[in-house]
Design a protein around this ligand. Structure first.
Ligand SMILES: [Zn+2]
Length: 194
């Protein structure tokens, strides 16, 4: 069985991927909440963004994850809607401006590749949430995997220093397991790189 704490791959450093349009829509409530649950980065995202982190919500719908932002507890840059939602198959939601460091990884977490052992990975990363119950019985849809890969390809064309694609479980292995054992990491990686 796949181990989400192993989920990581690197983007080719010499890539010349043209910026691609992303089928995204701004989630108004999340966007409005972002100032209260995200921080300023130390520098522009073009310089600081070195990683993109894949999460799953452990919930049934976008609204549940957005309510966490509205409560000021955590945040993320995009969310891929669940199978039962109207936006599924159509677009992802942009939930926090990329210029802000969303609060998607615990502050004390560190990773040698991403921030040279320093903490506060949020400053040097972007975060994607994917709606999934995380109960072992809720498969991700093909569209959700494609949509997450599209976001990664979109940011890969935009941020030259972006080098690492990692799971939340990889960054916080004692406390987090997302995006979970059901996430088809190999398939996702192939979609991003091919
Ligand atoms: Zn997570």
């Amino acid at each position: 069985m796949a181990d989400p704490t192993d989920f990581q791959f690197d983007l080719p450093p010499d890539r010349h991927w043209p910026p691609v349009p992303l089928a995204e829509r701004i989630h108004k409530n999340a966007w409005a909440a972002a100032d209260g649950c995200a921080s300023l980065r130390g520098a522009a995202p073009q310089e600081t963004v070195r990683a993109i982190v894949i999460h799953a919500t452990a919930g049934a719908a976008t609204a549940g994850a957005v309510s966490v932002m509205e409560a000021g507890r955590a945040s993320f840059h995009w969310i891929v809607p669940g199978k039962d939602e109207k936006a599924h198959g159509v677009h992802v939601w942009a939930t926090c401006p990329e210029r802000l460091a969303a609060w998607h990884v615990r502050r004390s977490c560190s990773h040698p590749d991403i921030c040279a052992g320093e903490n506060n990975l949020n400053r040097s990363s972007l975060g994607i949430e994917i709606v999934n119950r995380q109960n072992g019985a809720d498969p991700f849809s093909d569209w959700q995997i494609e949509a997450a890969a599209d976001i990664v390809r979109y940011v890969a064309g935009k941020y030259p220093n972006l080098a690492h694609v990692v799971s939340h479980a990889r960054l916080d292995p004692t406390r987090r397991t997302d995006p979970g054992v059901n996430f088809p990491w190999a398939e996702f990686k192939a979609m991003v790189l091919n």
